[in-house]
Write a protein that binds this ligand. Structure first.
Ligand code: NAD
Length: 469
């Protein structure tokens, strides 16, 4: 692998917001700006739109990126140095379908909504199509590009990283941008220069270090802020604005560390029982991102973005310049950001740069634990801070108190391992066993009827991915 002329495959490249960030970041790293970016997606219109905009972005930055669209996973993988997966098998329509079948049988927000796992596009019990796709990509890499790195952006990152890293021998890392939420806490406390560390599992990370540059523990400031916090005054600006919600403070009080990013969404049923409960804890009017209202808001935003990308691609085809595109909505801010000199905040491209150019960089990575975090099992993916230089990872010593380990991380890890076991063995009796312990289950007959209807769909959709080339 050289420092230049890389081949980078993106699977699910029609995910326009994500792809444009990756392309924009590649343009900004001189050592990567002549890479060949190979776009693969099952949705031809979406990926062609991305191609038009990506080429225009490359021109804008005077970069030399080359692009091609390919039809199959094998073509995206073969010859690649890095393969990024951002695909969502079945799309948001599939997530809505499995959720609605769950609700029909008495499982509010679907059966995947479980203690410590409420994020609505992070399904681990019913997303067998998604897990099948992860394994398919990984096995294709194993066969056709055994030296390539597999970068996992698609969810569920925790189950995906665990599954691929235990079932194959490829080089893999999972990435999430959730740790940026530390900035919201620092801003709230009025601190601009600070040192931080997070650790745990994906969507279950905790602020393990938070101090000033000269070593003063900022948790003391967090404690002071807690004394002044009035839950009734919390007014979120959007459904995802939850880092300082009452739930975050309650989790801090119970577990002893501050939960970071999507960890706040992954609390217990105490905060998710029904819409009124969610509104009480995550704030009005949405009740957080994972209520029926909050999630509808998000999916509508996403489809608005897809529509705008469509319009932008059309305008560029007709001769408009990328810096002239405008909507009068928040999308303009996003566009301004990718046209700025700033790196997007996604870790994929800086990681690629650290690997190929041997420039040390600090990352929050998902990798198999293997002793990195004490008292957690070895064969499960943890999320941990590391400095990467070349292919060497130096993991930071991460101490997580017993309360967080025993009362949060271990139960969450058990759920992940059980979900993976059920998937690998395609054994719905294991899903039924999980549901027998679910507070929403009233009878075994309810479980049986649900499984019969739901897993017919789950199996069919997974089969379609098995057939995909
Ligand atoms: P999306 O449905 O809008 O986009 C995903 C793309 O994948 C679409 O273009 C779709 O056509 C494509 N796709 C679907 N099935 C495919 C297949 N079998 N092969 C190739 N391409 C396929 O979804 P989204 O909202 O952009 O989310 C994508 C994924 O990223 C989700 O899993 C989501 O949870 C995850 N995500 C991760 C992070 C992170 O920080 N890691 C942040 C946000 C979203």
């Amino acid at each position: 692998m050289g420092g230049t002329g890389l081949r980078i495959g993106i699977i699910g490249a029609g995910s326009a917001v994500f792809s444009m960030k990756i392309v924009s970041d590649l343009c900004k790293f001189p050592s990567l700006s002549d890479s060949h970016v190979v776009l693969m997606d099952v949705d031809r219109t979406r990926v062609e739109n991305v191609l038009v905009l990506a080429k225009e972005l490359t021109k804008y930055f005077n970069a030399k990126l080359k692009f091609s669209i390919v039809e199959t996973i094998k073509n995206a993988v073969e010859g690649s140095d890095f393969v990024i997966n951002t695909a969502l098998a079945g799309g948001h329509g599939y997530l809505d379908l499995v959720r609605s079948i769950g609700e029909k049988h008495g499982y509010y927000r679907g059966i995947d909504a479980q203690n410590f796992n409420f994020v609505s596009d992070y399904l681990n019990l019913t997303n067998w199509n998604q897990l099948t796709l992860f394994l398919k990509i990984a096995r294709t890499i194993e066969k056709y590009a055994p030296n390539a790195w597999y970068l996992q952006a698609a969810n569920p990152v925790m189950e995906g990283t665990t599954l691929v890293s235990t079932q194959t021998g490829i080089k893999m890392v999972g990435f999430c941008h959730g740790h940026h939420a530390v900035e919201a806490i620092a801003k709230f406390l009025g601190v601009s220069e600070y040192e931080w560390q997070v650790g745990g599992v994906n969507h279950g990370i905790w602020l393990t270090k938070f101090r000033t540059k000269d070593g003063k523990d900022l948790y003391k400031e967090v404690e002071k802020a807690l004394q002044k916090t009035r839950y009734e005054e919390f007014k979120p600006s959007n459904p995802f604005d939850d880092q300082l919600s009452p739930v975050a403070w309650e989790m801090y009080k119970l577990y002893g560390l501050f939960p970071i990013g999507d960890t706040v969404r992954n609390s217990t049923w105490k905060y998710h029982r029904d819409l009124q409960t969610k509104i009480k804890w995550y704030g009005a009017p949405w009740g957080g991102a994972d209520s029926e209202i909050g999630w509808k808001w998000y999916v509508e935003e996403l489809s608005r973005v897809v529509g705008v990308i469509d319009m932008f691609a059309k305008m560029v085809r007709e001769g408009a310049k990328i810096n002239e595109l405008k909507t009068g909505t928040q999308i303009d801010d996003y566009l301004k950001e990718i046209l700025s000199e700033k790196i997007s905040g996604e870790q994929h491209v800086p990681f690629i740069n650290s690997v190929v150019s041997k420039v040390p960089g600090r990352f929050v990575v998902n990798v198999l634990n293997k002793g990195k975090i004490k008292n957690l099992e070895d064969d499960v993916a943890v999320e941990i801070c590391a400095t990467v230089c070349g292919e060497k990872f130096e993991y930071e010593e991460t101490h997580i108190p017993e309360r967080v380990v025993n009362w949060y991380l271990k139960p969450r890890i058990l759920l992940a391992k059980q979900a993976i076991d059920a998937f690998l063995n395609k054994d719905v009796r294991l899903i039924a066993d999980i549901l027998e312990r679910d507070p929403r289950t009233k009878s075994t007959e309810q479980v049986e009827k649900l499984i019969a209807e739901l897993y017919t769909v789950v199996r069919q959709e997974a089969e379609k991915i098995e057939q995909q080339e």
